[in-house]
Design a protein around this ligand. Structure first.
Ligand SMILES: [Mn+2]
Length: 435
């Protein structure tokens, strides 16, 4: 199934080998950080020099500001496929390695699973695509662990191309499948409190203490020290709690398929490693996230601290806003002011509390409104493309937007919130009705 994509990858490797200096631009989320780290580790082994910069978004002004020299390669990872205007405005040698739906034609070498007939939303991440490149470049099978991190970060399924990559890792001992619900490697108490995948909704200590007391599980124990019986009890209680929440119906199957360990990486728990990278990216601590993904233990303490702070902030915010959700005709939405995050809130609420309709979060800041929308596989299969919805709705109010069919984002100027919400609702209804 990777035949066509492999053709692109081979072409990419041939091109890459011509350069001794590669400027990597990567998206700032866990998949982007994993992508950059895969490229860095593979390039180091080839004796190539590189520079890495993380970006929240890509636009024409940024592209024009780059002014590359003729002997360097500009490599965009986990971004670019949806930004034809910016990529095509670039002078110089450019390569895009991305898994976002290629809406625009791009004038450079473009490695994207969709061009090889593979679903980039669910079956391979940017990190996975970078891994294929690394695997073609040299002996880099260990990097499959980071490809897995990218897939987990982007809420993908371990099927298709992802499954092939994970099998590489398992065969060589770089990845181990553990089974059960993925929980962070920390005390039971903290793991349940800080978990967003699964989201368990423990907003006060009493409810969490009650839960653990009823299960006869000691909350001070480390997750990785629980015996099989304790783990089974915990898994069953978590499944029951999640199923009572109006969660996405396939959520438990999805969770149970994703509890992996990556024994050679700095943080062995793949879910925890992913969320540490995500937190570092979201908090602007790119160097720490990248350092960890490159295997530097010096960043561990800061990374874990950032992760705890970030997870706690997300959980707390969800508790504050989950009763403020409003109903549209075919969507639900949340209007926030100056929230520190939008995407993670949208992800959790759309997966665990309001899974039957697209879920939109708007965050109104002083000069800009930032929006995230989330769907799920069932909505996508009914024909909904939220990347297109956000792009159209944002254009309608003079902003910009786009992304995956299942998760996308937009930005526009304050004052147009109601107009934007109505447009998103209308577009979603049109898509869902046409089925
Ligand atoms: Mn990605």
């Amino acid at each position: 199934m990777l035949e066509i994509l492999t053709e692109y990858v081979r072409e990419g490797v041939t091109y890459l080998r011509q350069f001794n200096f590669i400027r990597i631009f990567a998206h700032y989320d866990a998949d982007g950080i994993a992508s950059a780290a895969i490229l860095a580790r593979a390039l180091l082994r080839e004796g190539k020099r590189f520079h890495i910069q993380f970006l929240k978004r890509l636009d024409v002004d940024f592209a024009i500001s780059l002014d590359p020299s003729s002997d360097e390669l500009l490599l965009f990872a986990d971004m670019g496929s949806g930004h034809g205007d910016a990529i095509n405005a670039l002078e110089g040698n450019v390569m895009v390695v991305d898994h976002h739906y290629p809406r625009d034609s791009i004038s450079c070498l473009h490695i994207n699973p969709y061009l090889g007939g593979i679903d980039g939303s669910y079956e391979i991440s940017a990190a996975g695509t970078c891994y294929l490149l690394a695997k073609e470049l040299g002996d880099n099978l260990d990097l499959s662990a980071l490809a897995l991190v990218g897939a987990i970060g982007d809420k993908q399924k371990i099927t298709g191309a992802n499954e092939i990559i994970v099998k590489d890792g398992i065969r060589k001992g770089f990845i181990e499948f553990r089974g059960g619900v993925p929980l962070y490697s920390m005390s039971v108490y903290d793991a349940l409190k800080l978990s967003t995948e699964p989201y368990l909704g423990f907003h006060d200590d009493d409810s969490l203490n009650d839960f653990l007391t009823r299960l006869h599980v000691d909350g001070t124990k480390h997750i990785d020290s629980l015996d099989d019986g304790e783990l089974r009890t915990l898994n069953n209680a978590i499944a029951l709690r999640v199923l009572k929440m109006n969660a996405y119906p396939d959520i438990m199957d999805e969770l149970l398929s994703k509890n992996y360990y990556i024994p050679r990486e700095i943080i062995n728990n793949a879910t925890m490693f992913t969320d540490v990278l995500n937190a570092c990216g979201r908090m602007g601590l790119y160097g720490i996230g990248l350092g960890l993904a490159l295997g530097d233990r010096n960043f561990l303490e800061q990374g874990i601290q950032a992760f705890k702070t970030f997870q706690y902030g997300v959980i707390k915010k969800i508790g504050e806003v989950e009763n403020l959700v409003q109903e549209g005709t075919s969507i639900r939405y949340l209007l926030l002011n100056n929230s520190s995050t939008t995407g993670p809130i949208a992800t959790v609420l759309s997966r665990y509390k309001f899974a039957d309709r697209p879920f939109l979060v708007l965050n109104v800041k002083k000069d800009v409104v930032k929006c995230s929308i989330r769907g799920n596989l069932r909505l996508v299969e009914s024909g909904l493309d939220l990347g297109l919805v956000m792009r159209e709705a944002a254009n309608y109010v003079g902003g910009s937007g786009g992304g995956h069919n299942v998760a996308s984002a937009a930005v526009f100027s304050p004052g147009k919130e109601e107009e934007f919400i109505a447009k998103v609702d209308e577009l979603c209804q049109k898509w869902l009705k046409s089925q």
